[in-house]
Design a protein around this ligand. Sequence first.
Ligand SMILES: [Cu+2]
Length: 116
Amino acid sequence: MVEGSPSAVAVNITENPYLFKPAAWTVEPGTVITWNHLTDVPHTVISDPGTPPGGPNSDGQFPEGLKKGDAYSWTVPDDAKPGTTWFYHCRFHGKPGDGKSLGTGMVGTIQVKPMK
Ligand SMILES: [Cu+2]
């Protein structure tokens, strides 16, 4: 996917307070999501326990967390079903939910567009 195409979206990691911005995206399967790290302290993008397998997890690429200037990209699986929802959190600044609801602190949501 080409950056800037409708199939690519971005989440900025910002400070004061630490946030994923926007905190929620609703996207089509195959969308590339890129988290851009813009603060001075490390952050992570980790799917909450209980969310569907194959969700975002920056630890594979950035085991110590993303640092300033890093970007982590994850592609929504092509076979993801409408309405599939991944709640995620930063393991330094957020608390995961139970897989069915959003956690607290530095958290976000990626949802596959529900059926019309
Ligand atoms: Cu963080």
